[in-house]
Design a protein around this ligand. Structure first.
Ligand code: PEP
Length: 250
């Protein structure tokens, strides 16, 4: 039995006050989902303190959407893993396709970020996934394999045991185009197989989330697949009822 997780990536949306309201709205309807489903929200850096405060006692964990690839020092505009951990952040999304595409996030940087996240007692939610042209060229397995080998294979077993993976086909993010449940299962089964090449049976326990235009109406079918352990949710995480509607799909 693997963990069941629904994580919300708020991206660059909401003001701090709206973020606290959203958290409270999610907390108010959380009881509609099975208590075994773990909920995580990932607001922008600016809201972390107030959202963490508001989340106390709700059972909702708070994550960040990124962190710096250096520990501290003259890196204007960056936010370190230590700063996040000191605020009570538990998870950090790493390798989101928007960061890979718009901010030049390379595997080399992601290896450094992962180490810092673990060193500060937090857990990475590591995103992988292929672009449309890569899927059309039949390269989705090769892309996911490379994104795993270049970053996840640098982890120790005890780090790997905590890792959460999110498979997010880039062509499905924010496009309204969802992978079919079968497509999600096929590639997530493949991802688990690649993880097992390095980490053996530990890979059986790794939560692998699906992300990409997930909503209450399609979550049930996708989460029903053997190798799908929940979702990383973008747009639908900004509406409490939709976010919980997705969590109810388990
Ligand atoms: C995401 O960006 O992680 C995501 C899954 O977005 P959306 O649900 O909006 O496609």
């Amino acid at each position: 039995m693997r963990r069941e997780i629904v994580a919300g990536n708020w991206k660059m949306n909401t003001t701090p006050a709206q973020g606290v309201e959203l958290l409270k709205s999610v907390a108010a309807v959380k009881g509609e989902a099975k208590s075994s489903v773990e909920l995580i929200v990932c607001p922008p850096f600016t809201h972390l303190c107030s959202v963490i405060d508001a989340a106390k006692g709700t059972g909702i964990a708070v994550g960040a959407q990124n962190c710096a690839d250096e520990a501290k020092g003259a890196y204007t505009g960056e936010v370190s893993a230590e700063m996040l951990a000191s605020m009570g952040v538990e998870y950090v999304i790493l390798g989101h396709s928007e960061r890979r595409e718009y901010y030049g996030e390379t595997s080399e940087k992601l290896v450094k970020k992962m180490k810092l996240v673990y060193d500060n007692g937090m857990v990475p939610i590591y995103c992988i996934g292929e672009k449309l042209e890569e899927r059309e060229a039949g390269k989705e397995e090769a892309i996911c394999r490379a994104q795993i080998e270049e970053v996840v294979f640098s982890l120790s077993e005890s780090q790997f045991e905590k890792l959460v993976i999110a498979y997010e086909p880039v062509w499905a993010i924010g496009t309204g185009k969802t992978a079919t449940a079968e497509q999600a299962q096929d590639i997530q089964h493949f991802i688990r197989k690649v993880l097992a090449e390095k980490f053996g049976t530990l890979a059986e326990k790794t939560p692998i989330l699906y992300g990409g235009s997930c909503k209450p109406s399609n979550a049930g079918e996708i989460f029903g697949k053997k190798d799908v352990d929940g979702g990383l949710i973008g747009g639908a995480a900004l509406v409490a009822e939709d976010f919980i509607g997705i969590a109810k799909a388990f």
